[in-house]
Ligand binder design. Sequence first.
Ligand code: FE
Ligand code: FE
Ligand code: ZN
Length: 275
Amino acid sequence: MLNIGCHLSTAKGFLNMGLDTTKIDGNTFQFFTRNPRGGQAKDLDLNDISDLNKYMETNHFAPIIAHAPYTLNPAAADPKTREFAEMVFRDDFARLKHLPNALYNFHPGSHVGQGIEKGIDLITEILNKILTPNQENWVLLETMSGKGSEIGATFGELRTIMDQVNYRDKLGVCLDTCHVFAAGYDIVNNLDGVVAEFDKIIGLDRLKAVHLNDSLMPFGSHKDRHAPIGKGEIGLPALARLTRHPALTNLPFCLETPHDTLSEYADEIKTLSEA
Ligand code: FE
Ligand code: FE
Ligand code: ZN
């Protein structure tokens, strides 16, 4: 059985995210650690979290994904924005100690004209301040489409970041299918080649999760627009094949497709499992 689920809103609480996931035949989900466009985090309800932890154990959940806010940019030129990123990392990591089953995923950052090398230096400077040898939750760099001045659109850039981090034991990657396709990795016609390249440059042991999305924008467009599964340029056959690739099939797959209702995600999961 596939480890699959979708992005959920935290508004209804942690246990309810687990229950909603079961409703759509899933066993993993993703949530934002705080307002995706702001910085405020709600106080943690530790009872709710412990209920979710018990629920996930009983129901054999795969790892879940905690997504950092979009406003986080550790590669920013403005020192205040970088201080904010450092604060968010610190606070999120402390909170995630209560969710040992969670992987922490973030967008590496945008260099905003400073150049990729400088951007990577700034990202690793922050990671070196906050990662310790006792880091418990995995921290994942998301593969990006390369829109604007985004860092992380090539496996090489992600590898360079990892190489510059001292305590990198718990540093991994979340592969977003829409983003890598838009970045020019041909997962439609050459999935084996892309997987082999990932293994050569980063190492498959670092790949911990997949964001499963179709892409509204064409191959290599460097544009980041998610489409429902089968409604984009990647297509259902290629995405279904990807979930069954021996190197990927045991990972948690999380849908970040544009839908408003749980039943649409349930349909998507059903379609993928039957494809
Ligand atoms: Fe993301
Ligand atoms: Fe994503
Ligand atoms: Zn995206």
